[in-house]
Design a protein around this ligand. Structure first.
Ligand SMILES: O=C(O)[C@H]1O[C@H](OP(=O)(O)OP(=O)(O)OC[C@H]2O[C@@H](n3ccc(=O)[nH]c3=O)[C@H](O)[C@@H]2O)[C@H](O)[C@@H](O)[C@H]1O
Length: 435
C-alpha cells in the first residue's frame, strides 16, 4: 500500500509526517502530474464549452428544467412600460394587480377583464412549452393591444419579483401561474413541485415582505377533492385523498396559504376551479384536443369508470370563472402585516368555482360533433390509472353568497363559443399548429 493511502480523509486532520527524501520527491512529482492533468482537463472543458452553441431554451432539452431559463429585464424603457401598464384608469377605487400566468388561458381572460374595467394590470409569465407557446404569444399580443405588459419571467425568480414590487405597489396578486394538467404529472413530476410549490412559496415570501402587502387570490383546483364520493363537493369536505400529484401540489398550496396567513397576516383566497373551458383555452385539455382530433378524423379515447360507468365533469365556462375571480379580488380584505410582521388576523378563504351541473364526457363529445358537423371516431376505454377522477360536481353556495358568483353558461352554449373561436383561430396563419 502506498503511503499516500494513509492520508486521512478529513482535511483538517492531515498531519505531515517526517519522511524520506525519496518519498517526498515521489509525492511532489505526483502532485505536479495531478496539477498538470487537472489544468489540461480544465482547458479541454473550457474549449468544448466555448465551442458549443448557446442553449437559448433549455426547456426544449429537459422539460423538468423548463422554467429555469434566464430572462432579461430592467432598464428605463422596461420600467416605463411597467408603470404605464400598472396605471389605474377608473376613477372609482381601481386596484393594481400582478397577474401571474397572464399568458395562460385563465390569466389572459382575467387580465383583460381587469383592464377593461379600468384597473392597473401587470402580467408575469415564463412562456414555457408545456403546450404550444405560439398560442401564449398570441394571447400576449391580444393583451398588449389593450395596454397590458406581460413581463417575461418565472415566479421562482425572487430578484425579479422584488424588483416588480419595488416599482409598482401592487394592491392585489392574482396568482394563476402553475403547472396544470392532471395526467402530465406522471410524466414530469418535478415541474409541479417547481411551479406549484416552490414557485408559490417564493411568491408568498416576496408578498409577505412587500410594503404594502398585497391581498392574494390564487388558483387551487377541484382536483383537491380527489377520490371523494359524496357529491356535490363542498368546501367543508375532506381533501386528504388526492388522486394525482397535480392535486397533491394544489392541496399543499392550500396548506402553505394557511401558514402565510397565520404567520405573516397575508390575505389569501384560494379558488377551486372546476374544468374551465372556452375560447383561447388549453390544448392539453380533452375538449380542445377532441375538437382537433375529430376534425382530423382521428379516433378519440373516451374514458369509462368501473363497470362501464360514466365519467363526468362539472365543466365551467371561462366567463363565469372570470366573474368569480373578480368577485374574489373585490371582496378580498387587505393583508394585515407589514415589514414581514403580522399586525392582526387576516382573511383566509377558499371557494369552489364550478357550474353545478356535471356532464358526461360522452355528452361533451356529442355536443362537439353537432357543432363541428363531424362524427367522432369514439374509442371507449377503461379510465387508465393516470390521476383522473371519475366525476366532479361543485357546490357553489358559498361563492354565491360571499362573492356574488353565479354561473350562467351551459356546456352547449360555451362549446359553441369555443368552436367558433377554434375554427377562426386555426385558419389562416395558425393552420399549421392545428395539424
Ligand atoms: O378541475 C380541475 O381542477 C382540473 O380541470 C382539468 O382537468 P380535467 O377535469 O381532468 O380536464 P381534462 O383533462 O380536459 O379532462 C376532462 C374529462 O375528459 C376525460 N378524458 C380525458 C382525456 C382523454 O383522452 N379522454 C377522456 O375521456 C377525463 O377523464 C375527464 O373526465 C384541468 O386540466 C386541470 O388542470 C385542473 O384544472
Amino acid at each position: 500500500m502506498s503511503r499516500l493511502d494513509d492520508i486521512p480523509s478529513s482535511p483538517g486532520k492531515f498531519k505531515m509526517e517526517k519522511s524520506s527524501y525519496l518519498h517526498r520527491l515521489r509525492f511532489q512529482s505526483s502532485l505536479t502530474k495531478f496539477a498538470f492533468f487537472s489544468f489540461f482537463i480544465l482547458c479541454l472543458i473550457s474549449i468544448l464549452f466555448l465551442r458549443s452553441p448557446p442553449s437559448v431554451n433549455p426547456s426544449q432539452s429537459d422539460p423538468s428544467r423548463r422554467s429555469l431559463r434566464t430572462y432579461s429585464y430592467g432598464g428605463p424603457a422596461w420600467e416605463k412600460r411597467l408603470r404605464a401598464s400598472a396605471k389605474i384608469r377608473s376613477s372609482n377605487n381601481g386596484i393594481t394587480v400582478l397577474v401571474t400566468g397572464a399568458a395562460g388561458f385563465v390569466g389572459t381572460h382575467v387580465s383583460s377583464a381587469l383592464k377593461r374595467r379600468g384597473d392597473g394590470v401587470i402580467g408575469l409569465d415564463n412562456f414555457n412549452d408545456y403546450y404550444d407557446p405560439s398560442l401564449k404569444r398570441a394571447r400576449q399580443a391580444l393583451l398588449e393591444r389593450s395596454g397590458i405588459f406581460i413581463v417575461e419571467g418565472d415566479i421562482n425568480d425572487a430578484e425579479l419579483l422584488r424588483k416588480l414590487f419595488k416599482i409598482v405597489p401592487f394592491t392585489h396578486v392574482m396568482h394563476l401561474a402553475a403547472q396544470a394538467g392532471v395526467r402530465y404529472a406522471m410524466e414530469n413530476p418535478s415541474s409541479y413541485v417547481h411551479s406549484n410549490i416552490a414557485g408559490l412559496v417564493n411568491l408568498l415570501e416576496i408578498c409577505k415582505s412587500a410594503n404594502p402587502q398585497p391581498a392574494i387570490v390564487w388558483a387551487s383546483s377541484s382536483s383537491v377533492y380527489g377520490l371523494n364520493t359524496k357529491v356535490p363537493f363542498s368546501e367543508k369536505d375532506r381533501t386528504d385523498q388526492p388522486a394525482s400529484l397535480y392535486a397533491a401540489t394544489k392541496k399543499a398550496g392550500e396548506e402553505i396559504a394557511h401558514t402565510y396567513n397565520h404567520i405573516y397576516g397575508l390575505s389569501l383566497t384560494g379558488l377551486r376551479f372546476f374544468t374551465v373551458y372556452g375560447p383561447w383555452g388549453r390544448p392539453d385539455m380533452a375538449y380542445f384536443f377532441f375538437t382537433k382530433d375529430i376534425l382530423k378524423g382521428k379516433p378519440i379515447s373516451i374514458f369509462e369508470s368501473a363497470n362501464h360507468g360514466t365519467v363526468a365533469r362539472d365543466f365551467t365556462y371561462i366567463d363565469d370563472i372570470v366573474k368569480g375571480c373578480l368577485g374574489a379580488l373585490d371582496t378580498a380584505e387587505k393583508s394585515t402585516g407589514s415589514g414581514g410582521k403580522k399586525r392582526g388576523p387576516a382573511q383566509l378563504r377558499v371557494y369552489n368555482l364550478g357550474n353545478t351541473s356535471p356532464v358526461p364526457v360522452s355528452d361533451l363529445v356529442s355536443i362537439l360533433e353537432r357543432q363541428l358537423k363531424v362524427k367522432a371516431k369514439r374509442n371507449l376505454i377503461k379510465m387508465p390509472r393516470n390521476g383522473d377522477v371519475p366525476f366532479t360536481h361543485a357546490n357553489i353556495s358559498l361563492a354565491q353568497r360571499e362573492l356574488g358568483y353565479k354561473p350562467t353558461t351551459d356546456l352547449q352554449t360555451g362549446l359553441k363559443k369555443f368552436v367558433r373561436w377554434y375554427l377562426s383561430y386555426y385558419s389562416g396563419e395558425n393552420i399549421a399548429a392545428a395539424r
